[in-house]
Write a protein that binds this ligand. Structure first.
Ligand code: SAH
Length: 323
């Protein structure tokens, strides 16, 4: 669908005035990019939602506030431009007080077609080797593989897990080193299903992927079928904070640090003695926190790997532990 993006640069004082003016003109489809919000977000860096915020966001702190209107109709675009023009005249006439600066108030209009960008990311998702023996291949690409290689096809849809993220690739590398043939594997937070499929390729006896996102469960099921591993692997709705009814030899959990700390004791209970726990999605600065939670739950730490700003921890439930 085609639409207009109308960016209106303003000042801290102008945001409310613009949004009110647009609303009065019947335009409610606005987004405010306020550098002050970014500054507040930076202060809450420890909070749960932070880990996946892009660095680019921090750069925005330097910029002026912008109110953006998304208009799907020509008439709406014109109404938005008129509303801003009126506001500019009112500001110049001193209605908001003498010397109050509402910024340039010059709408910048760009035209988009969302059917274009919906698939844009596909251009950048190319086949690649994720571990010694596994090659990831977007379902719409072709690839040549060696005799030792398994090709894992993936169409992530809206789910997380193309394998390009360090947190995912480290899980696969660790699984290649720690998983044993015949293992029962739990993939906690399966997203696209990529780790469940990798587990099946690595010789798992049985794999269950769970996710709280129903769409992800659907995508994971699709990808499991695409890779012909449905005899071994399945995906289902499941919330790891509430416990999963599954006894495993290996649990792989690519979640976030705080969530990992929360669910680690439960995962310990779901693992057989001698079983392996691979946890990922951990920012380097949270490595110690998660490692401590893992040790305190009774695990022995095996190894910590780091890539970019992320780390992945492998741990083992002691052989002599109670099942
Ligand atoms: N395993 C994939 C996806 C990781 S993203 C990969 O490694 O690439 C993390 C996934 O965990 C998301 O799909 C999210 O929906 C899911 N998730 C978050 N909290 C969860 C919970 N409490 N229980 C189960 N899944 C959860």
């Amino acid at each position: 669908m085609k639409y207009y993006q109308i960016d209106i640069e303003t000042t801290e004082a102008g945001i409310e005035a613009i949004v009110a003016k647009l609303m009065a003109a019947g335009i409610e489809n606005t987004v405010v990019a306020d550098p002050k919000d970014v500054a507040e977000l930076m202060e809450k860096k420890e909070s749960y939602a932070w880990d996946y915020v892009d660095d680019e966001v921090a750069a925005r702190m330097e910029e002026a506030p912008v109110v953006t209107v998304y208009a799907y109709e020509e008439a709406e675009r014109i109404a938005a431009e008129e509303a801003v023009a009126t506001l500019k005249e009112e500001a110049a006439a001193g209605i908001f007080g003498n010397g109050v600066d509402l910024g340039p108030l010059e709408p910048v209009v760009t035209e988009h077609d969302d059917s274009e960008w919906q698939d844009k990311w596909k251009e950048y998702f190319k086949p690649f080797r994720v571990s010694r023996h596994i090659i990831i291949k977007p379902s719409w690409e072709e690839v040549e593989a060696g005799p030792q290689d398994s090709v894992l096809e993936i169409d992530p849809g809206m789910a997380f897990g193309t394998g390009t993220h360090e947190t995912t690739s480290m899980c696969i590398e660790m699984m290649e080193d720690y998983q044993k043939v015949g293992d029962r594997v739990l993939d906690a937070g399966c997203g696209s299903g990529i780790l469940s499929i990798a587990a099946a390729f690595l010789g798992a006896g049985q794999v269950l992927g769970v996710d709280i996102d129903h769409d992800a469960v659907g995508v994971a099921r699709e990808n499991i079928r695409l890779n012909h591993v449905e005899d071994v692997a399945s995906a289902d709705y499941g919330d790891v904070t509430e416990g999963i009814d599954y006894q495993a030899d290996l649990v792989v959990a690519n979640l976030m640090a705080e969530l990992l700390c929360l669910v680690t004791p439960g995962i310990y209970r779901h693992l057989e003695p001698g079983g392996t726990y691979i946890s990922s999605g951990i920012l380097l600065e949270k490595e110690e926190m998660v490692a401590t939670a893992i040790r305190e739950a009774g695990f022995d730490l095996c190894e910590i790997r780091r890539k970019g700003e992320w780390c992945c921890i492998a741990a083992r439930k002691p052989e002599g532990a109670q099942a």
